[in-house]
Design a protein around this ligand. Structure first.
Ligand code: ATP
Ligand code: MG
Length: 218
């Protein structure tokens, strides 16, 4: 029986993060014993008795790792920017779940002109922190409206002039007559590590880090 001092817990979300992390886990000899899409289990064992996975909401991943409930985690840069990264090391860009954070507005909305004239902009977003910093750095006055999803709807019904959201192919934007008016930051998923755990379980963590680095091509 392994005691907790030797078990490594990795927090990650199901869906695209889980799917795209599978090959990296495989490279570290870690095969999940269940598929989280089918199982309702939130703690999943693996082919390695010293490694288990926690299935968490994407935006909760940094929190689990920050407080040491998991030594490692896999989280989108978008989520990390909102969280702030307190108590976390971010040693590795995994280059998965890649997309970009952008400002989008209805076709025909003169974003550049509104910004130039110093007009006030109503912006709907799930990414309050990133949006606040982006517009503050540009000196643009904004009223931010917090949403939890389907941001594309907001400009269509007059709730906002623009949105700050993740864009990959842009097809959701196009389907709703929106387009990117400004890029904010490229996004991909990062390996995150609890700072205290890195000292206490350095060897175990380093082995996983090395396997991931190699699989990512570093
Ligand atoms: P929830 O669905 O629980 O509200 P979420 O939408 O953040 O949370 P996912 O859709 O699984 O959860 O996204 C997880 C991560 O994948 C995001 O934090 C982001 O880093 C990345 N991601 C989101 N959308 C895309 C996309 N269209 N293309 C590539 N990566 C994306
Ligand atoms: Mg989503």
């Amino acid at each position: 029986m392994l005691d907790a001092a030797h078990v490594i817990t990795i927090a990650l979300s199901k869906g695209r993060i889980f799917d795209e992390t599978l090959p990296l886990l495989e490279a570290a000899g870690i095969r999940p014993s269940e598929n989280p899409e089918q199982s309702r289990k939130l703690i999943i064992g693996t082919s390695r008795t010293d490694v288990r996975l926690l299935i968490v909401r994407a935006s909760d991943t940094p929190t689990y790792v920050q407080y040491g409930a998991a030594e490692l985690g896999i989280a989108g840069k978008d989520v990390l920017l909102e969280h702030g990264g307190v108590g976390l090391y971010q040693p590795l860009d995994l280059k998965i779940a890649a997309c970009r954070m952008a400002v989008a507005a209805p076709e025909g909305f003169d974003y550049a002109n509104t910004v130039r004239k110093g007009g006030r902009l109503r912006v709907a977003t799930k990414y309050m922190q990133t949006a606040r910093e982006h517009f503050a750095a540009k000196g643009v006055h904004v009223d931010l409206i917090k949403l939890y999803g389907s941001m594309e709807l907001a400009p269509l019904v007059g709730l906002a002039d623009a949105i700050v959201d993740l864009v990959s192919t842009g097809s959701t934007l196009r389907a709703n007559n929106l387009c990117v008016v400004e890029e904010i930051v490229p996004i991909s998923a990062r390996l995150i590590v609890n700072q205290a755990a890195l000292k206490l379980k350095r060897e175990e963590i380093q082995l996983i880090l090395d396997a991931f680095s190699k699989a990512v091509g570093l």
